[in-house]
Ligand binder design. Structure first.
Ligand code: FVH
Length: 297
């Protein structure tokens, strides 16, 4: 579609917090938008803003060429879409429901059997961000579908295509969420530690914790280095693993004496200790990534 063509009619199925934000962004960009939700009342505000309410799931799917689904999970998606399987042929199914790579691949096969093009998506944003460039949405699956609807997808946020394997977007989504929850867990531990003394957690968070976490992102490329290059990196490192293990052990000891649960840090200390004990002694933190992976041999 070029910028002079009229906006593509879009259907949004699932009007929870995220589905409503998606439909509102399409409406705001002038797309004829049909909506469906199990609890019909969720559509009221969108209908007031110009959306068309579909009475049935089949009516929703047949309303246009691009069907966007954002439901609680994949079992719900299949329960909802199965009755409309016969009318999916020739349409593009875009699934923004959070799930696993295996679920995405199964759903791509399910869509292909019904003659639909399939894109899976991972939304790296919360509902108020939808419609802004800061809202990144990852897509994988059919490249022709992505190319045809890229401009429409950019209405939701910055559309980023990551590959033809339909499971890739959810893999990247879950990986990014894992990094986020890891950071939240570490930050929660830090705030619990500081909170054991007469310190202001809000002041600590804004003046020290946030700048510190921002500064430490400089180490992320080191973690991503391949194992075979990390040995050399470690030899030149200013922060060798045995030095870091001592600091982590001190955090564990201090956490215990401050009565803060050290379970989180124990999981960091054990892999680091194992890394130091290995024959490739001296490898830098990049080796932790390999330690976490389970080998299939
Ligand atoms: N909200 C967020 O911050 C995150 C951001 C990143 C992406 N996630 C994923 O988006 C999916 C939907 O999330 P949501 O925030 O819209 O979730 P809810 O507000 O809880 O809405 C759930 C919708 O699913 C419908 N639903 C649930 N069970 C059924 C069912 N058995 N049959 C039919 N529909 C069902 C529910 O309908 P209703 O309860 O209103 O009738 C909502 O439409 C999700 O994968 C996130 O991980 C959001």
């Amino acid at each position: 579609m070029n910028e002079h063509e009229p906006p593509v009619p879009v259907t949004v199925i699932g009007l929870g917090a995220m589905g409503k934000a998606l439909a509102a962004a399409f409406l705001a960009a002038g797309h004829p938008t049909t909506v469906w939700n199990r609890s019909a009342g969720n559509a009221d505000s969108l209908v007031a803003d110009g959306a068309m309410r579909a009475a049935t799931i089949t009516e929703a799917v047949t309303a246009g060429p691009l069907v966007v689904v954002c439901l609680l999970d994949y079992p719900v998606l299949h329960e909802v879409l199965e009755p409309a399987g016969d009318v999916l042929a020739g349409r593009a199914l875009l699934n923004l429901t959070n799930g696993t790579p295996a679920q995405a691949r199964e759903t791509a096969d399910w869509a292909a059997q019904r003659g639909a093009g399939y894109l899976d998506g991972g939304i790296m944003a919360v509902p108020p961000m939808i419609g802004q460039p800061e809202a990144r949405v990852l897509y994988s699956g059919s490249r022709p579908v992505f190319d045809e609807y890229e401009q429409t997808l950019n209405r939701l946020g910055t559309a980023t295509y990551v590959g033809t394997d339909p499971g890739l977007a959810s893999l990247y989504d879950l990986a990014l969420l894992s990094a986020m929850y890891g950071q939240f867990a570490g930050a929660s531990h830090a705030l619990a530690l500081v909170g054991t003394e007469k310190a202001d957690p809000a002041e600590f968070a804004s003046s020290l914790l946030t700048p510190w976490l921002t500064a430490t992102t400089i180490a992320l490329p080191l973690l991503a280095q391949r194992n075979d290059t990390s040995t050399q990196a470690a030899e030149e490192s200013d922060s060798p693993p045995d030095m870091q293990a001592v600091a982590i052990a001190n955090i564990v000891t201090a956490s215990n004496s401050q009565n803060v649960d050290e379970a989180l840090l124990s999981h960091l200390l054990i892999p680091l200790r194992d890394l130091i004990g290995q024959s490739a002694h001296g490898r830098d933190l990049a080796g932790m990534v390999d330690l976490i992976k389970k080998t299939t041999e």
